[in-house]
Design a protein around this ligand. Sequence first.
Ligand code: PA5
Length: 432
Amino acid sequence: MLQIQTEHAGVETDDVVRQLEEYTTRLREVRSSGAYTEFESSLHLPGDEDLLARVQAVAVQKVTPQLKYHIVVGIGGSNLGTKAVYDALMGYRDLMSITESPRLLFAETSDPEGLSQLLQLLETISTPEEVLVSVISKSGGTTETLANFEIIMERLGKRFGDVTSRVVAITDTGSKLATAAADKGIATLEMPLPVGGRYSVFSAVGLFPLLSVGIDIVALRRGAVASLERCLAKDGDNIAAQSAAILALQQKNGHHINDNFFFHPELESVGKWYRQLMGESVGKEQSLLGEVVHAGITPTVSLGSTDLHSVGQLYLGGPKDKLTTFVSAKQSAAVQVPTERVFPDLVPMISGKSAADIMSAILAGVKIAYQKAELPFMEVVLDTVDEESIGAFLQFKMLEMMYLGQLLGVNSFDQPNVESYKIETKRLLEGA
Ligand code: PA5
């Protein structure tokens, strides 16, 4: 399902992977405990059958045959994983086929233009059964999420009266949002408290919206379980630990940027999900011992081949401060350049080649150029872009981040500095 290859300028990883054996044992124990009591408890989610049953039961009530738009109101850990999976499997196609339904729509930041367009779209529906609103917030108190939710609800209320039956709240057990939703009789799916937003894609946060639009969440979970088995087994092929070791060693070598270079445009949102995962997990002011360390590796996202035509020069000729992770998947050969061409003499070697052949040649060419320039890289190859492979990839990356936190000596599960701007924003709005 996933293959990982490395070309990282001779740095040995085996010793570092061995340092992680004790933590791997701990992760195995957390997983087998079946309880949501530890930071690492997200490891239970892909195998949690009660969770799956709860999500399916709410879907039976709320996903009507008329459903056209499921609006996911949430930000950061409350929407990036859902958007990653959705865009990989459906959203990219939505851009070309805007009539397909049901579709997920994401109300994320406080974006006046995007919200106006969303509200206009809601004018086109004729019954409340055509829309569903999931308000998703772990804390239950995120400014943008609650503002967007109220704006959407006001518009739906003006058109249809009380639409609370078309709302699902997804939040922490006992949060203020959970209490407020219960007061209004709004259906709620709860998140396990210790599971952080960026590790929550396999909780109701991701599963419910994805199921509502027909994504095979059972296969998604199956892929995640396969990565757990592979990366937690004794003497397993622990690609998560290997990849974390390479990231940590390369950082010591001065490669403070991890460029995630996707040769599959529909995986761009997977890259943005990873940016949060890495940014918040290992970007830390303090170490586990309380020392001020200002640790971190800066994650970036690039798209092949598009970004070769913008930042390729910088990557190949600029500062040697990046470890690149190329991500690709086997592609369909359905689309081909014809042999009878308008301009047969221009770039003649493309005649009869599929778009997939061209993309593969570009990726192969880039790797050769990186090798010649002695730029370190890893490569992850997915069998194909489907639920199982995406589930495997996301779980592999979440494990990688747990291991990387250990190697960098930081807490992979908190985000103390994110809170500071949230508090200031609320203070400014109170005063306005
Ligand atoms: O990790 C974080 O703290 C953030 O990125 C959150 O995911 C984001 O702020 C949304 O928070 P919440 O789910 O509490 O609304």
